[in-house]
Structures are given as structure tokens and as C-alpha cells.
Design a protein around this ligand. Structure first.
Ligand code: S3P
Length: 433
């Protein structure tokens, strides 16, 4: 599919509630599937990524029902049952694959985790190494990628893992395997990555001995869980409002976990008029309404490296915003972007150059000189976040922007075009003729 975006002739205006948080939705599905009893989940994201997790959980023995917009998951009571033909398809989702690999490494049956071409080219040694240290029999391809073949487990042992990367997927994978190990498993990381697993396990009845450790044999119990709106999806409307003159948008009840709000801190540092109200807590997560009113005072910044883990998924949007912000925006310490759903530095650099943007690519980041952007036909390389970032930038381009492979937007934000249209954008998804 091709997404066509027309330049905006007025500012974006209105209020939307972005879809449920993707990271939290994956965890809510996996945790409730492991729990005993029936959990009730409200606000769950139903996108291609989380539906892949839901299907896998069903194949592993959980029962999923729906009633009045909520999802009810009857868990397996502690351990999964073998999937029908041993194979689980994780689609495009790195989170689904890495978290489930942790759980499956502790089960008494063989399984194989596979995905689409993008997922099957992403690095998996980062989880294979700690899981093997725990005694799991897990084998990637020679290239260190999925399919991952996992053999029946005859007992895992706890480890104290020092992760070389600040990655919530690695951390959560090891902690979930730790539930099936003897002893206490802990993880340390170079900087705190998103901490949803640590916040959510206690709601499912698992006491953590310290902030990032689990006791082997801990059992999960069903609960009622509310998923907040996804800050990673909210940033598209916020950035659109920050760059489109006359805009005033509000986003309702968005997750404001400090490990996820790096983009908001960057917007503030760039000079955006952003305000937060109606703050409260939803299940384990802080939430609030975010309002952004356009001003013409945005300026480029050097993005502090310490903020990178707190905005890793928002960096494509920041790159697109930087392309229209006076001055040179510098991003460093973001080498992880090269192993996401695509090489996000390369994909954004290539599209931005086509739109006439001056930039310099580095192994771990990019310098982008803000100015005018032109209409163009760009590749999203099947990466949902790059596709949406180009779409937002199209609102302030001098001509029409067309984005290839835009169907991948459904990976995380199936209602993106609808929400942006509601705010006044002119975008259309069309099949390639
Ligand atoms: C996620 C963690 C991040 C993020 C991904 C979701 C999670 O990946 O990029 O979209 O839900 O744990 P890494 O853990 O690889 O940084």
C-alpha cells in the first residue's frame, strides 16, 4: 500500500486517544496467559504485533475472549502447553519473539519461534547468550537470527546477568526465564530501559526480591489490568502539531512512564509549548493528557545521550521533526536504531535526503540540518515508525509525499490515518495499482 500525504493548509486541531501501549499490551497478554485464573484487560492494543502475541498465547494454551471492548484471558496456571505443530509465528514483533523465547526456554517441550523477513534478520544472540548461560537449549541460525529452535527444558538455573545493552527486551526475556529457574535471577543494564515488566509482575502477584530480579518458581495470578495509551503512537500527532502552524492538539490518557518520555523532554528542550494535565496512575503506570500548541520558536538541539533509551522508538519522528527545525539537531549513542524493524538511521536518512534535507549519517546517529522539505516518493522499508514519521513530515512539505509499504503502519497503529484525518490532516492509503 502507498500512503499519500498532502501538505496541510491549516493547523491540526482536536483531541484523540492514541491506541493502547504496545509494550504493555504484549506483556499483559503473556503474563495473563501464564497466570492462574481469568484476567480482564482494558485498553489492549489490537495491532498486527500484539495480535501475533495473542495468537501465540492461544496456541500455547491460553483462552482469549472479548466482551464490550475488553479482553479476557484465561491463563494456563503456570506453564504453557506445546503449540499444535511446534511453530510460533511472531510476524514483525521483536518484543513478542524475545519475551516468549524467555518463557519457552523454561518449558518441557520443543518449540520454534519465527517471524517475517525483517524479524528473521534481527539479532537474537543478545538473548541466546543469557538463556544459554541459564541452561536453555536455544539455537538461532548461523547468522545469530531467528528462526529460534528451543528444545524441551530439563531445568534452568538462575543467573545474575549484566546486559551489554540497555534493552527491555533482553531484560524481560531473562526475567521471564528466571521464573522457571532455580534461585534468584537478576539483570543489570548500562542504563535503565523501559521498566514495564518490573512494574507489571507485582500486579500479577509476583513479588520481586529487588527492583530487577525474580525468584524462580514464582506463580502469576490473574488480575484486572488497564493498558494506557501509547506515548510512542502519541508522538506522531504531537510532532505534527509542533511543525504545522496554527495547530492545537490534545492526547488523552497517555502513558507517562519516565523510561518512555524522552521525546517529550526533547520537545520541551526544542522550545515546544507542551503541557500535561489530569495526571493519575493506571494499573502500574503514570498517565496524563498532553496538549501541544504550535509556536514558531522551535530550535535544533543536541539530544542528550542519556535520553536515548527513553525515546528509542521515537527517534525516527525526532529525525523528521529536526528536518524542519532551524539549526542542526545531533543524535548520537543510538546504534540500536540500526537493528530495529529496519535500519532506522539509514531508512530515515535516505527518505529525508529525497525530500531535500541536508544531513550527515554516523554509525550511532545522525546530524540533521533543518529547513524546507520538498514533496517526494519515499521508502519506509516496511518499518511502521519510519512510515508514520514521513507521513507527518509530509504535512509541511512543499508538495505531495508518497510513502511505500505503508500497510506496515498496522504493526503498531492501525488507526493512524483515521486519527490524523480527525485532526485535519489530508492523507490517503491506497493499494499499489
Ligand atoms: C520494547 C523494547 C525496545 C523497543 C521496542 C519495544 C519492549 O526494544 O524498541 O519497540 O517492549 O520491551 P529494545 O529492548 O531492543 O531496546
Amino acid at each position: 500500500m502507498i500512503l499519500t500525504v498532502e501538505p496541510a493548509d491549516t493547523g491540526l486541531k482536536g483531541e484523540i486517544t492514541p491506541p493502547g501501549d504496545k509494550s504493555i499490551s504484549h506483556r499483559a497478554l503473556i503474563f495473563s496467559s501464564l497466570a492462574s485464573g481469568q484476567s480482564e484487560i482494558s485498553g489492549l492494543l489490537e495491532s498486527e504485533d500484539t495480535l501475533a502475541t495473542m495468537k501465540a498465547c492461544e496456541q500455547l494454551g491460553a483462552v482469549v475472549d472479548r466482551d464490550r471492548g475488553n479482553i479476557f484471558v484465561t491463563g494456563t496456571g503456570g506453564s504453557f502447553s506445546p503449540p499444535p505443530d511446534g511453530l510460533l509465528d511472531m510476524g514483525n514483533s521483536g518484543t513478542a519473539m524475545r519475551l516468549l523465547a524467555g518463557v519457552l526456554s523454561g518449558q518441557g517441550f520443543d518449540s520454534t519461534l519465527s517471524g517475517d523477513d525483517s524479524l528473521n534478520s534481527r539479532p537474537m544472540k543478545r538473548i541466546v547468550v543469557p538463556l544459554t548461560m541459564m541452561g536453555a537449549d536455544i539455537n538461532p541460525t548461523q547468522a545469530g537470527t531467528a528462526p529460534l529452535s528451543i528444545r524441551a527444558c530439563s531445568g534452568l538455573k538462575a543467573i545474575e546477568y549484566v546486559s551489554p545493552v540497555a534493552s527491555a527486551q533482553i531484560k524481560s526475556c531473562v526475567l521471564l526465564a528466571g521464573l522457571f529457574a532455580s534461585g534468584t535471577t537478576s539483570v543489570r543494564e548500562p542504563r535503565l530501559s523501559r521498566d514495564h515488566t518490573e512494574r507489571m509482575l507485582p500486579i500479577f502477584g509476583v513479588k520481586l526480591p529487588s527492583s530487577c530480579s525474580v525468584e524462580g518458581g514464582s506463580k502469576l495470578k490473574a488480575c484486572r489490568f488497564a493498558v494506557p495509551a501509547d506515548i510512542s503512537s502519541a508522538v506522531f500527532a504531537l510532532a505534527a502539531a509542533a511543525m504545522t502552524p496554527g495547530s492545537d492538539v490534545s492526547l488523552r490518557q497517555v502513558g507517562l512512564n519516565p523510561t518512555r518520555t524522552g521525546f517529550l523532554r526533547c520537545l520541551e528542550a526544542m522550545g515546544a509549548d507542551i503541557s500535561i494535565s489530569n495526571q493519575s496512575a493506571q494499573s502500574t503506570e503514570p498517565v496524563g493528557d498532553i496538549r501541544l500548541v504550535f509556536n514558531d520558536r522551535l530550535k535544533a538541539i543536541d539530544v542528550p545521550e542519556a535520553l536515548i533509551p527513553d525515546m528509542i522508538d521515537e527517534l525516527p519522528m525526532l529525525m523528521a521533526l529536526a528536518a524542519t527545525t532551524p539549526g542542526v539537531t545531533r543524535i548520537r549513542g543510538a546504534a540500536e536504531l540500526r537493528v530495529k524493524e529496519s535500519d532506522r538511521i539509514a531508512v530515515m536518512a535516505s527518505g529525508l535526503k529525497k525530500m531535500g534535507v541536508e544531513l550527515q549519517e554516523y554509525p550511532d546517529g545522525i546530524d540533521i540540518k533543518g529547513g524546507k522539505v520538498s514533496g517526494s516518493h519515499v521508502e519506509s522499508a516496511g518499518d511502521h515508525r519510519c512510515a508514520m514519521s514521513f507521513a507527518v513530515l509530509g504535512l509541511v512539505a512543499s508538495g505531495r509525499v508518497k510513502i511505500e509499504d505503508a500497510e506496515f503502519i498496522a504493526t503498531s497503529y492501525p488507526g493512524f490515518v483515521q486519527d490524523m484525518t480527525l485532526l485535519g490532516a489530508n492523507m490517503q492509503m491506497e493499494s499499489r495499482s
